[in-house]
Design a protein around this ligand. Structure first.
Ligand code: ADP
Length: 902
């Protein structure tokens, strides 16, 4: 082969691979480097700041080229997939030393934004879904999402594009697979729609595939239900599409997919992107970090798979009362069994990520360390089962124990994987390395041949020292040493000073001269070396063979191992909910179909956690579609309105996911959806104005809410002029009352809305109390019936640090306005000069409402006005100038105020 022909043949090999992976950046392995060529090289060099060179320098058309060292490839893969790219890893499939000419190369894996098996770039507690969508307005839509690292696989159908977009939000895909338009022209529209809704989720084209039924049957094996394709053709088509895509990324391995969960959206409490974001379910709205989210508060799981399942439960709460109660039963049982719960959680902490380990075994990337860890985890299961049995015995709640039952060790096939646990722990050393390169992981006693080979190696060491001793005696050189290096293997080293004293024996052949010594080899050493090296090579190969069989055995057991992992994950999620319920004092909610939401001493789970101990003020609240359907909550800024209405949404979600709730007592009539329109959430990324977004979200709610929904509205209509805003808010509230019938919490600073009670039977007013003390506003955080009496806007402005002169001026203007007869219309428009302040011009606000029917006073805590009086009295006291007698009198006076009924 001539020197010039080699590159050409190599480039032909490269171009062939690139032609098969046109949508991916090809990392082409050449020795210790992955090289890129042509446009891939130009692009990646520029984007990642690598040096761009050329191949075939001096030729007319040099090929642009850049490379990354193979040991550092992970960093580059992470960067490129984060940018939305796919990278095809093309490896050398033969040992270059043993091949003449070009080494065989092919793509072993494609790393994409959604399909990544690298442990270190996967979030342990988050799924890594790649999703496929299919369909058009006429037939409806199908959606499927698959986590290739665990085999977690779900599919559903949606009747509208909006529903599809909503559902995708909680599927949290890292990558979207869409049709290429070849078979269906509507693919393009769908791609565009989803690009607009999820600009940050990279899109990929689906590979053309066979029939959905054939694909699913091949993937799911025993788990395939052949009615799926008939009953839910679009879900099945999407599932087949995502599976084909994932399959193509792993040309040499089988996917760990054994089950497809086809669900109906209506069987879950539907949560769209707004609800998820505004209620801060999985991340804080401000920081987009997990800290400060509901998940952060309730996640006390001890294993990664438990963490992922809890997240799934939170994003897909249930609506079936019996299923919800089953989870509550299990949580109640675990709350009651303190000691057993501690043991259960300790055991769970010892269990590694079974799902991802099985996935890695099936995908052929598991290492000896992975399987050793898997073995230990499985071996720990009987202790977990024993602790669970104790928890069950401790307190009898329901009689349905399924959720806390892992399986029976005596089941045929080994319900707890005891057989595999035994094989794995016996075969692999506990300290097995994360690579098979050098062997050293197969335990003694597994293979007689292997034990012999190991003995040769260790016997070799003794033999070496024997040779050394003998040679020292023979030559009379006590400092003579037998050593080893990679260049010429075993040798004898004699220092220069000793050489001068006499000759070395005739069978020594001089090999090398170094600064202070001479190095020799002997026929005996050469022979010995050959034996050792052969034994070592054979040992590594033999270990690899044993390991390969072990990995296949695990891969073949994937179905039952994944089923077992799912049960462990459920126990972990339930134990987490029980731990939180116990620590934070949550109660078991009564769940029914009544439609009523009734809470006693309810708290906000996240705000409560962040507040000082005991500082959070609990509140009572009742919503009933038949009577108290719309609750208009007024009160000054900072009073706690947003917190209150959000905590109701969070409580409903918690209850329906199977959790206890932060309240003294709670009754939750199951909801089909929780809608939110909270805060002035901006969407600058999509270049839309705040007001437009607000109105779009509101429109969405009015369109899709049902009488079984819970609607949480915070400050509707704020993004426009006061008149526009109040009119829109009014009309929205009316529509929800008259047409939709959904339970609604409506926080607003438009006091005009309190007049709705006059004309709308199921509207109630409530306000979060605040009081004034020495010119300062005091927030009491207590929800009380009726609208707020005043807004304390000026006091809050003062609190926020507005200059005193401005505060004083504002007070003066307010007094003038109020004296001009606009008192009561305590809204921001009070700043409008009196001459232009119109009388209520819309006709909406007249007639003046009769006082709202007063529900019974809140049972806990004194009424706010009493608190205010008490504060005033206390404020007037000069403690330094107070006799004990006078102090006693004041105390008596205060106590009387508190105890006298009003
Ligand atoms: P609003 O919506 O009325 O402007 P927020 O709900 O944003 O008020 O509440 C303002 C702050 O008050 C919150 O950040 C929270 O720390 C505190 N807060 C709200 N509700 C309570 C409560 N019930 N107990 C104690 N602190 C509360």
């Amino acid at each position: 082969m001539t020197a010039a022909a080699a590159p050409t043949a190599l480039m032909r090999q490269y171009l062939d691979v690139k032609a098969r992976y046109p949508d991916a950046i090809v990392f082409f392995r050449l020795g210790d480097f992955y090289e890129m060529f042509y446009e891939d090289a130009t692009y990646v060099a520029k984007t990642l700041g690598l040096t761009l060179t050329t191949r075939d320098k001096g030729k007319e058309d040099p090929v642009p080229m850049c490379g990354v060292p193979h040991h550092a490839v992970r960093t580059y893969l992470v960067k490129l997939t984060e940018l939305g790219h796919r990278v095809a890893l093309c490896e050398q499939l033969e040992d270059p030393k043993s091949v003449r000419g070009i080494v065989k190369r092919d793509v072993v894996r494609v790393v994409t934004p959604g399909v990544n098996l690298d442990e270190q770039s996967l979030e342990p507690r988050e799924p890594s879904f790649v999703a496929a969508a299919i369909g058009d307005g006429r037939r409806g839509y199908g959606l499927a999402f698959l986590d290739v690292s665990t085999g977690d696989f779900h599919a559903t159908e949606a009747s509208s594009a909006e529903a599809l977009v909503d559902e995708l939000a909680r599927a949290e895909p890292k990558e979207l697979v869409l049709g290429d338009g070849a078979a269906d022209p509507s693919d393009g529209e769908l791609a565009q729609l989803l690009r607009r809704a999820y600009p940050r989720v990279p899109q990929a084209r689906a590979p053309g595939g066979g029939s959905a039924a054939a694909t699913l049957r091949a993937t799911l094996r025993a788990g395939y239900d052949d009615t799926v394709v008939e009953r839910t053709p679009l879900a099945a088509a999407a599932a087949a599409r995502v599976r084909e895509y994932a399959r193509a990324t792993q040309p040499g391995a089988a996917l760990p997919v054994t089950r497809l969960d086809v669900y109906r959206r209506a069987d879950t409490l539907v949560l769209d992107e707004q609800a998820r974001a505004h209620l801060e379910l999985t991340e804080s709205l401000q920081t987009r970090k997990r800290q400060g989210s509901l998940l952060d508060v309730i996640d006390e799981t001890r294993s990664a798979m438990g963490g992922r399942l809890l997240r799934r439960w939170l994003l897909f709460p249930l609506v079936d009362v019996a299923a919800i109660r089953r989870r509550h039963d299990a949580v109640e049982r675990l709350v009651g069994a303190h000691e057993a719960r501690d043991r259960i959680r300790a055991q769970l902490g010892e269990i590694a990520d079974l799902e991802r380990l099985v996935g890695r075994a099936r995908l052929g990337v598991a290492t000896p360390r992975d399987l050793a860890v898997l073995g230990r985890s499985l071996a720990g299961l009987p202790a977990l089962v024993a602790a669970l049995d104790d928890a069950r015995a401790a307190e009898l709640v329901g009689d349905d124990d399924d959720l806390l039952r892992l399986g029976d060790a005596n089941e045929p096939g080994g319900g707890l994987g005891a057989d595999l646990a035994e094989t794995l722990t016996r075969t692999l050393r506990p300290d097995s390395p994360a690579t098979t390169k050098e062997g050293g992981y197969v335990a003694a006693g597994i293979s007689a041949e292997l034990d012999d080979l190991v003995a040769i190696a260790s016997g070799g060491r003794e033999r070496l020292s024997a040779i050394e001793t003998r040679e020292r005696e023979r030559t009379g050189i006590p400092s003579l040493k037998v050593k080893f290096n990679n260049v010429f293997g075993y040798y004898i080293e004699v220092t220069r000073a000793n050489l001068a004293k006499g000759d070395v024996p005739a069978d020594y052949t001089r090999k090398q001269t170094v600064a202070n010594a001479e190095r020799f080899v002997t026929p005996e050493l050469a022979d010995f070396e050959q034996k050792i090296l052969t034994a070592d090579e054979r040992r590594v190969a033999l270990e690899l063979e044993i390991f390969g069989r072990l990995r296949d055995e695990v891969a073949a057991a994937d179905e039952r191992l994944l089923a077992l992992a799912a049960r462990v994950a459920a126990v972990d999620a339930l134990a987490s909910l029980a731990e939180v319920a116990h620590r934070a004092g949550y109660c078991r909610p009564v769940v029914d179909e009544s439609g009523v939401v009734e809470l006693a001493d309810a708290r906000h789970p996240v705000v409560e956690r962040l507040a000082a101990a005991g500082a959070f003020v609990p509140n009572d609240l009742r919503l009933d579609p038949a009577a108290e359907q719309v609750l208009v909550v007024t009160g000054p800024n900072m009073a706690g309105k947003s917190t209150l209405i959000r905590q109701v949404g969070l409580t409903v979600i918690l209850a329906q996911m199977g959790s206890f709730v932060p309240a003294r007592a709670a009754r939750i009539g199951v909801c089909d959806r929780v809608f939110t329109r909270v805060g002035a959430g901006d969407n600058l990324a999509r270049g839309e104005s705040t007001f437009l977004v607000e109105m779009r979200e509101t429109a969405h709610i009015l369109r899709y809410a049902t009488p079984r929904s819970l609607v949480i509205l915070d400050e509707i209509g704020r993004g426009t002029s006061t008149y526009d805003g109040v009119s829109i808010a009014w009309a929205v509230a009316e529509h929800l009352h008259d047409r939709v019938g959904a339970k609604t919490l409506f926080a607003t600073h438009y006091h005009e809305l309190t007049a709705l009670t006059a004309t709308h039977a199921r509207v109630r007013n409530a306000s979060v109390a605040a009081s004034e003390w020495k010119g300062e506003v005091v927030f009491l955080r207590k929800l009380q019936p009726g609208g707020a009496s005043r807004s304390f806007g000026v006091e809050v402005a003062k609190l926020a640090g507005l200059p005193p002169a401005v505060v004083e001026r504002a007070r003066a203007i307010l007094r003038t306005l109020e004296s001009q007869g606009d008192a009561g219309a305590d809204t921001p428009r009070a700043v409008v000069p009196a001459s232009v302040t119109p009388a209520p011009q819309l006709g909406l606000f007249a007639p003046t409402p009769p006082p709202a029917p007063a529900p019974p006073p809140t049972p806990s805590g004194p009424p706010p006005e009493v608190v205010a009086e008490i504060l005033t009295t206390l404020g007037a006291i000069d403690v330094d100038d107070l006799s004990p007698r006078a102090a006693h009198d004041v105390l008596a006076q205060l106590t009387k105020k508190l105890t006298t009924p009003r």
